[in-house]
Design a binder for this molecule. Structure first.
Ligand code: ATP
Ligand code: MG
Length: 577
């Protein structure tokens, strides 16, 4: 991959470099990306992916994809499959794909070894009691009455837990650490719970499931992970991570946990749970709705994987709060699309423009033919228009032009307000790459709305050039009406109206923007037709003067607006700077 995936000087790279220099792990570097398959990956995961895969790549190490699948209630193969697809799309190739559930037997054996060492016990109390007894900061913990069971009794009970002799929630296995620790994670955390639920990989083999804390570090150790990166909320879990590993006979050197800040983006949420609520409440059309910050949503919206990687490299891997604006991310998307997207013309809100002096096949003008009651459109001329001025290698296409055109409603004003330089009666404008035209007449409907504009074109201005150097203040896009194709175009606004959803009330859903989609019945040039020579599903094109749009690949044609043309981030920077 050509783009840098980690930013220079990030602190994790410094730790890894120091470990290599001092010979820890024999110079080996191994990381893992450990998603729980309980939802789709989002933009925050891209940051973690860059950290995990980027560090491995930077130091010639390896990175496994490990599904952290210890919670059968919430997990599903649908999520496993989507995560695999998303990681491949972002351009990362895991050294191996592994599952925490692959280690259930080993984890069980290690749990027995903890019991034998007097470091774990079976507790008969229910979850609420255990939680209440944990205490809090400055509030002492209460030891369970079952804490001092003998090794033999604990072993027997734990084996019977596995054998399915108890009901769900009837018993748990807990680590015997320190009920007075200042770190709540160390107050005898739960290692196993009884849960009869079908697991997407192990089926009904197990009725006891290990907790995150009892699984994570041990999985790292089994695989030979050296640097185990996670987000800052796990800082408090690190002593427990180390404590478990300290008491086990490990096949490799002890891995170390390193924490970095979660990526938060304004006007959206990056939590699988909240994203799931958006899906189940039908606020959006699914995990891949183009408004979603999921990788599938962003992809469908037209965000290039390379732009997401470049954004993550730019924000870096940091230890403090990492909140960014959507405009920043969009700026990377726009930069990439400006380079690669072909230009096309599309009219979102079509208004008919008739060129009265346009020639027809039989020698009359269009005006004359129409006055005689003929539905003529006039002859067709073809104009060669560059596909992408930023990239001459993209060549040019032939665009048909006739005497009946679609222009944007916004590009015409019957009574122009001050500083309106687009088309209005008596005003001359340029139709991009075609001709200069002057509006002559306006047709209104009963409600006073403009239904049709009449104009004349200057035959000497072919190609859109001003024949005598006369000034024309605007250039507008257009589509030949008889050649145009209908397409649905959707533009999107922020999913949440507040920068930090829920900041005011505590509930992000209070800040939902219920009006985040706008649908247009557009008319687009024929080169946008799907299939050979046209656009491929997922391809992003620039609609001239409007923005970047991703083809959805469905019939009839559907386009999603990726981003507008204006770099709002640059504008924001200027205002601040
Ligand atoms: P969620 O709360 O959205 O379910 P999670 O933290 O439980 O997220 P996992 O899928 O279990 O997510 O995590 C996979 C990896 O991605 C973890 O290392 C996690 O720390 C990291 N990660 C998750 N969300 C973010 C984020 N917003 N920014 C950076 N890293 C993240
Ligand atoms: Mg999680």
């Amino acid at each position: 991959m050509s783009e840098p995936t980690t930013s220079a000087g990030d602190f994790i790279a410094d730790v890894v470099r120091a470990d290599i220099e001092s010979g820890t792990y024999g110079g080996r570097v191994q990381t893992r990306f450990p998603p729980e398959p309980n939802g789709y990956l989002h933009i925050g995961h891209a940051k973690a992916l860059i950290a995990d895969f980027g560090i491995a790549e930077q130091f010639d190490g390896i990175c496994n994809l490990r599904f952290d699948d210890t919670n059968p209630d919430a997990e599903d193969v649908e999520y496993v499959d989507s995560i695999l697809a998303d990681i491949a799309w972002l351009g990362f190739r895991p050294h191996k794909v592994v599952y925490a559930s692959d280690y259930f037997e080993q984890l069980y054996e290690w749990a027995e070894s903890m019991i034998v060492r007097g470091l774990a016990y079976v507790d008969d109390q229910d979850a609420e009691t255990i939680s209440a007894q944990r205490g809090g900061y400055g509030k002492p913990g209460i030891e369970s009455p079952y804490r001092d069971r003998s090794v033999e009794e604990n072993l027997d009970l734990f084996r019977r837990m596995r054998a399915g002799e108890y009901a769900d929630g009837e018993k748990v296995l807990r680590a015997k650490v320190d009920m007075q620790s200042d770190n709540m994670q160390m107050r005898d955390p739960v290692m196993y719970r009884i849960r009869r639920a079908h697991h997407h990989r192990t089926g009904d083999t197990w009725v006891i499931y290990p907790t995150y804390d009892w699984t994570h570090g041990q999985s790292d150790a089994i695989e030979g992970v050296t640097h185990s990166m996670c987000t800052l909320e796990f800082v408090g879990h690190r002593p427990l991570y180390d404590w478990f590993l300290l008491h086990l006979d490990l096949p490799h050197d002890k891995p170390q946990q390193l924490e970095f800040a979660r990526l938060e983006l304004n006007n959206t949420v990056t939590s699988k749970r909240k994203l799931r609520t958006l899906v189940t409440d039908h606020v959006v059309d699914g995990w891949d709705d183009p408004r979603m910050p999921t990788l599938q949503g962003l992809r469908r919206r037209g965000y290039p994987a390379s732009a997401i990687r470049a954004f993550c490299a730019y924000i870096g891997v940091n230890k403090t709060n990492s909140r960014h604006s959507l405009e920043e991310l969009e700026s990377f998307v726009r930069t990439e699309l400006n380079r690669v997207a072909q230009r096309r013309m599309a009219v979102l809100r079509p208004l008919k423009l008739v060129l009265d002096n346009w020639p027809t096949e039989d020698g009359r003008t269009l005006g004359e033919a129409r006055a005689a009651g003929d539905e003529a459109v006039g002859i067709t001329q073809w104009f060669e228009i560059a596909n992408n001025p930023e990239n001459p290698a993209d060549g040019a296409r032939q665009v048909p032009f006739t005497g009946q055109l679609w222009i944007e409603q916004d590009d015409f004003a019957a009574t122009p307000p001050p500083k309106f330089f687009r088309l209005s009666p008596g005003r001359e404008v340029r139709l991009r790459g075609a001709y200069l035209v002057t509006a002559t007449d306006v047709v209104f409907d009963a409600s006073g709305a403009v239904t049709e504009v009449h104009a004349t074109y200057d035959p000497a201005s072919r190609g859109g050039n001003s024949p005598d150097g006369r000034k024309v203040k605007s250039t507008m896009h257009w589509v030949s009406a008889p050649h145009a194709m209908a397409a649905e175009v959707r533009t999107y606004d922020r999913l949440f109206s507040a920068d930090v959803p829920g900041e005011a009330t505590g509930d992000p859903f209070d800040d939902l923007n219920r009006d985040s989609v706008q649908v247009y019945a557009a008319q687009v040039e024929p080169a946008l037709a799907p299939g050979a020579g046209g656009v491929e599903p997922g391809q992003v094109v620039q609609f001239e003067r409007i923005g970047y749009f991703a083809a959805d690949g469905v019939e009839p044609m559907l386009f999603h607006r990726t981003v507008g043309l204006k770099d709002e981030w640059a504008a924001l920077q200027k205002r601040v700077g």
